[in-house]
Design a protein around this ligand. Structure first.
Ligand code: PLP
Length: 248
């Protein structure tokens, strides 16, 4: 899949070819684009800079401390206007880290429980934002396999969590995210992606709104995810190479 020593430029070229093929397999009336999130957890800042040089501007991180340290360094080192960079939080968000993520991420993709919503609201109220308070975009992470080791809300509890986010004076519900169990073949992830798309449609009907994002598909199965309607694919190793371990 990802070959050691290959440059990010050539990796990005092959990923773009795969994305074009997957897009061409979609029903013709689907015209929403796909955003590529480069998952930079475990990658040094130098790798992020190499990716930025290739025009990749959206990065996903799993650990708060690692993410903030990189944001800080890139503020000074990135050769483009830093406001062009987009950071997404995709890891498990612990309650005691919530105060540190406020206003730091364009999208928090891993909202998975009511207590996390409450804590986000509490910290945003405390931060006394001068902006429009409804400013933090989020996705709800859904656990479709029922494996207890996986993050995410169960499909049964999704609607009430979505209602809580919709009612929040601080949060904007942008859609759903999922991470299916590891599969030997990408094709085996397809039922999970179909199910997430269905759940998004159900919420759209329920709340009379349109939710822009379905974040699904990683290095091993992003082409299948795109065929099933992904609007964000989260690509780590296939794009940036093998991870080098926790930075910071
Ligand atoms: C690490 C991670 C990814 C990227 O995984 P790859 O297999 O390297 O593409 C995507 N999504 C989440 C939630 C992750 O934690």
């Amino acid at each position: 899949m990802s070959r050691a020593g290959e440059s990010i430029a050539s990796r990005w070229q092959s990923v773009q070819r795969e994305i074009e093929i997957a897009l061409s397999r979609r029903p013709k009336n689907w015209n929403h684009p796909v955003k590529v999130l480069a998952v930079s957890k475990g990658q040094p800042v130098e790798t992020i800079l190499e990716a930025v040089a290739q025009g990749l501007l959206c990065f996903g991180e799993n650990y708060v401390q690692e993410a903030l340290a990189k944001q800080e360094r890139l503020l000074h080192e990135v050769p483009v206007d830093v406001t062009q960079l987009e950071w997404h939080f995709i890891g498990h968000l612990q309650r005691n880290k919530v105060s540190r993520v406020i206003q730091r991420f364009h999208l928090i993709q891993s909202i998975d429980r009511p207590s996390l919503v409450v804590e986000l609201e509490r910290q945003m109220a405390k931060a006394n934002l001068n902006l429009s308070p409804k400013s933090q975009r989020v996705l709800i992470e859904v656990n479709l396999s029922g494996e207890p080791s996986k993050a995410g809300v169960s499909p049964q509890d999704l609607e009430s969590l979505a209602q809580q986010v919709k009612d929040s004076p601080y949060l904007i519900l942008d859609g759903l995210m999922t991470m299916p169990p590891h599969q030997d073949s990408a094709e085996n992830s397809r039922p999970y992606f179909k199910r997430l798309a269905e759940l998004k449609s159900l919420l759209e009907v329920k709340f009379h709104c349109s939710l822009p994002h379905l974040s699904m598909g990683t290095s091993q199965d992003y082409a299948v995810a795109i065929e099933e309607g992904a609007s964000i694919v989260r690509l780590g190793s296939i794009l940036l190479g093998e991870r080098q371990g926790r930075q910071v």
